[in-house]
Write a protein of this length. Structure first.
Length: 375
């Protein structure tokens, strides 16, 4: 395919130039028609056409563009994308062309009005709709239309458009849509129009990396966050009941628990309490030692650790382990050992091994375990 470059015209709108245009217009040669299209474009770019020839130019543009080869239409679209002199009918014609030709016009043309954009959202392909959603400074009406249509990829493109005039109501609708459209969550987390109330709601169904981002940006009420997360988890996967330990090693034996507590306290006092003890305790089937060592290493309460063991997903336990220095690559095998000793808990609901530093993991764990059930 040839590459077409439209060179700026050196002529002005004088009589000689108009005569040349008329001569080219009378020719039936395809080459002459393309030369006419390029020459008119260059003239318009160099200087706005006088009102006397504007109607004639509109007809010339529409007729010649419809007959032009693809590379000519593409070059023309790129050239007039930001022009305010182009005939509106030509701009709309190019906006409905194949997406590579339409995209620069949809993205930049000041001549496309809201009615034109709505037409594209209704009549054009999904790629055209995405281009509309990415257009700078979209009006609130267009934003609402995109959300009304409910196309996941188009809404995601809108959520990534920082200059779109999204109202608070529209932002709330996008946050609500993020329950089913996972692609919305990351751009909404970074969106400048996300406020504290919406961040609180969005927090319920994002992964740990995005929760950390929200927590760094907003002063979130930990109690409310925990309640929302617990409720969402319970609805999604159901809360499994705590079952009695399958072996005598898991019985609630106070004497054994006290012995393990004294061992943990001694190791802590000697500066020898390490994350490796957690793995060793599980391999030796000393579950009380595992729980108490995890609590002391992380500065967690016994109730918080027990709550994590009974959670509908392994995410709280993952956070607690990362907070005390367990490598994320080790956690999967550690979780297998825990479930062997607890009859399958924590539950097998979805969790994500998101890379986090110890401080962020500890903060996220405490948020989820706020007001734990003491057992």
């Amino acid at each position: 395919m040839s590459v077409v470059q439209l060179e700026p015209a050196r002529d002005g709108w004088d009589d000689r130039t108009v005569a040349q245009l008329l001569t080219l217009a009378s020719s039936r040669s395809a080459e002459d028609r393309q030369r006419l299209l390029l020459k008119v474009t260059g003239l318009c770019e160099a200087a706005p056409p006088p009102p006397s020839v504007a109607p004639l130019l509109a007809d010339i543009f529409l007729t010649l563009t419809a007959q032009a080869e693809r590379d000519i239409r593409l070059a023309l679209a790129e050239r007039i994308a930001s022009a305010d002199w182009a005939p509106p009918a030509l701009v709309n014609m190019l906006a409905l062309d194949e997406i590579e030709i339409a995209r620069p016009v949809i993205t930049s043309s000041p001549l496309l009005k809201d009615a034109d954009l709505i037409r594209l959202l209704i009549e054009a392909t999904l790629e055209h709709q995405i281009a509309v959603a990415r257009r700078p400074r979209l009006s609130s009406d267009i934003c609402d239309t995109i959300i009304d249509r409910g196309e996941a990829v188009t809404m995601t493109a809108l959520a990534s458009n920082r200059t779109a005039q999204l109202s608070e109501a529209a932002m709330r609708r996008l946050v609500d849509q993020s329950r089913r459209v996972a692609g919305l969550r990351a751009p909404l987390t970074r969106h400048p129009r996300l406020n504290q109330d919406l961040a609180q709601e969005l927090y319920q169904w994002v992964g740990q990396a995005l929760r950390q981002s929200i927590g760094e940006r907003f002063r979130i009420d930990d109690t409310q966050l925990n309640a929302a997360v617990q409720q969402a988890a319970a609805v999604a996967v159901g809360t499994p009941e705590w079952r009695a330990a399958p072996t005598s090693r898991l019985a609630e034996n106070r004497e054994r628990s006290e012995m393990e507590r004294r061992l943990v306290d001694k190791l802590q006092a000697a500066g020898q309490l390490r994350p490796g003890l957690l793995v060793r305790a599980l391999r030796e089937q000393r579950f009380e030692l595992f729980e108490q060592a995890l609590a002391v290493l992380g500065g967690f309460s016994d109730g918080q650790v027990r709550q994590a063991m009974r959670a509908p997903t392994a995410e709280p336990l993952y956070l607690a382990c990362i907070a005390v220095g367990v490598d994320k690559a080790v956690f999967s095998s550690l979780l297998i050992e825990v479930r062997k000793l607890t009859g399958g808990l924590p539950g097998d609901g979805g969790w994500t091994a998101t890379p986090m530093n110890a401080h962020s993991a500890a903060r996220a764990f405490r948020q989820m375990m706020q007001n734990p059930a003491i057992v």
